[in-house]
Design a protein around this ligand. Structure first.
Ligand code: PEP
Ligand code: MG
Length: 316
């Protein structure tokens, strides 16, 4: 029965009453494109560009090498959407030539956009390569920055995109609670938000994502995390802009329904999860998702949030 439900799950992501929620793929490079297309991804919601930087521990890849890799991905989604994240180095993804070696708390130090603003040449090369890769293609390119903390960060990123001549939408990842709390101010500088729930959980609960002993606090069902998702989605709605999710949370079919109920406008996940999320989302109306979201947020723990959402959706 489960197999039949999955086989029947094709086409764009939507709730039972037709509220569209594009289902996008998280990819690490051209090698992941085939699985994304096969799973029926409507585009890429998170292209983690770090992989390109792993070959050489001394310097960034050349502009030409980057153009070739980006073009391969962009060509796979003609007319589709591709959201590229600029390099997210540092903390759990250190790079020898960029990441300071002597920080006491690397997750709270120079990482993500902070690294790129300290190395504007690396950011410029990446943005120029993206601009060249997209030239002449019908693809709908969006470029976003990781670890945006405030409006100043968002403006610095948008300025860098404009200076590189990039014709794309510029966005900010919401991975730091300050960004969720002041999402409307960040949206004065950029055109979309994307919630990185892995880091947002880490920073909301002061719980290192690499430390198993605190994994309870990394659970994306935590009501405090759902509160920050709702704040971000509300801000985007008020500004007439989009707010997707590209963290692991989007890959949990039940949570995907709750995120939809919180007002999230797209879901991006590993390709393998797309059919499950599509099939589950298709079973419930937007109003049911909203009720499940409200029930989850009314609890005080991840376990209770999950059970409350499940109870609403199964009609208990
Ligand atoms: C996240 O933090 O949720 C995210 C999508 O980015 P990454 O997992 O690559 O840090
Ligand atoms: Mg992150």
């Amino acid at each position: 029965q489960r197999k039949a439900a999955l086989a029947a799950s094709t086409g764009p992501g939507a709730t039972a009453d037709g509220h569209k929620v594009p289902l996008l793929a998280n990819i690490g490079g051209p090698a992941d494109v085939e699985a994304a297309v096969e799973a029926g991804a409507e585009g890429v919601g998170l292209f983690r560009t770090e992989f390109l930087f792993l070959d050489d521990s001394k310097q960034a890849p050349s502009e030409e090498k980057q153009v070739a890799a980006y073009r391969q991905v962009l060509e796979a989604f003609p007319e589709g959407r591709v959201v590229v994240r600029v390099l997210d180095a540092g903390a759990d993804k250190p790079l020898d030539f960029l990441t300071p070696a002597d920080e006491p708390n690397p997750a709270l130090g120079v990482r993500g956009l902070r690294t790129l603003l300290d190395h504007p040449d690396v950011l410029r090369t990446q943005l120029t390569a993206l601009a060249k890769a997209a030239e002449g293609l019908p693809v709908y390119l969006e470029v976003m920055a990781p670890m945006v903390a405030d409006r100043t960060d968002a403006r610095a990123f948008a300025d860098a995109c404009r200076e590189a001549g990039l014709r794309a939408k510029f966005g900010a990842m919401v991975e730091i609670p300050s960004a969720a709390l002041r999402a409307r101010s960040i949206l004065q500088e950029v055109e979309f938000l994307s919630l990185g729930t892995n880091d947002l959980a880490q920073y909301t609960f002061a719980a290192d994502r690499q430390v198993g002993a605190v994994s309870r606090l990394q659970d994306p069902w935590q009501p405090a995390l759902l509160d920050l998702v709702e704040l971000s989605a509300e801000a985007a709605k008020a500004e007439g802009k989009s707010c997707g999710v590209c963290g692991e949370a989007a890959a949990d079919p039940l949570l995907a329904c709750v995120l939809t109920g919180l007002g999230v406008t797209s879901l991006s996940m590993g390709a393998a999860s797309i059919p499950y999320v599509r099939a589950t989302l298709a079973k419930y109306t937007l109003a049911q998702c909203e009720r499940a979201a409200a029930a989850a947020r009314a609890t005080d723990s991840a376990e209770d949030a999950r059970s409350a959402a499940q109870a609403v959706l199964s009609g208990e």
